[in-house]
Write a protein that binds this ligand. Structure first.
Ligand SMILES: C[S@@+](CC[C@H](N)C(=O)[O-])C[C@H]1O[C@@H](n2cnc3c(N)ncnc32)[C@H](O)[C@@H]1O
Length: 209
């Protein structure tokens, strides 16, 4: 699981502001770079990565700085990646991508306007991401609240999928770019990592960062 050295892949930076999709405000919060760095200290990805809810590119930028080719998209236009791409409507992985890394938009603050903000929506998101990554025998890393892992529905998903590892963040995340709703790091978070090449029946690894 631990990376030796990340592959030196071509870094892709997508054009910005290419659609008329409006910028949204309160349904967006960027992930501090140390959170993605923590994942990459433990997990090596096998190829190009898709960040399908890229926001302003906070995660994508860290992934690219580690040598990964990154395809970035978002349902909204936040000035980074390809806007107007509803992840839940995507039926295939983008060209050559073998992994997905993101934080599902249903956890800490809002969701995109008009979307459900519930654990069911979160599970739908994960099921969809698992189906897409299964099609390429790929990997999936999702940032979730640590408490979410304890839920019975989460237990079903985690137990039935190719659950390879949990990377628990011992430091709490101070979210920013949330204006007056910026929180004060109340929750612990963890990366849940699925790998469709993880041997069936093998338990996931518990890691700390
Ligand atoms: C909490 S922000 C995270 C942004 C980025 N991943 C980061 O960590 O900095 C969630 C993002 O998911 C996007 N989003 C919400 N629903 C989406 C969907 N169905 N398809 C694609 N993007 C979506 C929002 O527009 C928002 O930019």
């Amino acid at each position: 699981m631990a990376p030796s050295s990340a592959p030196a892949l071509e870094v892709e930076r997508r054009a910005i502001h290419v659609s008329g999709f409006p910028r949204e405000g309160r349904d967006f919060y960027a992930t501090p770079s140390w959170v993605t760095e923590a994942l990459l200290r433990h997990v090596r990805f096998r190829g190009p990565i898709w960040e399908p809810c890229c926001g302003d590119g906070a995660m994508s930028t860290v992934l690219a700085s580690h040598g990964y080719q990154v395809i970035s998209s978002d349902i909204a236009d936040r000035g980074f990646g390809t806007p107007g791409t509803d992840f839940l409507a995507c039926r295939d992985m983008p060209n050559e991508c073998l992994g997905i890394v993101t934080n599902p938009p249903y956890g800490d603050t809002g969701s995109h306007k008009g979307q459900a903000k519930s654990s069911t929506a979160m599970l739908d998101f994960i099921s969809h991401a698992l189906a897409l990554t299964a099609s390429v025998q790929g990997q999936l890393a999702l940032l979730v609240r640590l408490q979410w892992i304890a839920g019975s529905r989460a237990a079903d998903v985690l137990s039935s999928g190719p659950f390879a590892a949990t990377v628990i963040l011992t430091r709490r995340i101070q979210w920013f770019d949330m204006g007056e709703r910026t929180n004060t790091a109340q929750h612990h978070h963890a990366w849940v990592v699925f790998d469709h090449s993880h041997p069936v029946g093998s338990p996931p690894t518990l890691l700390y960062a």
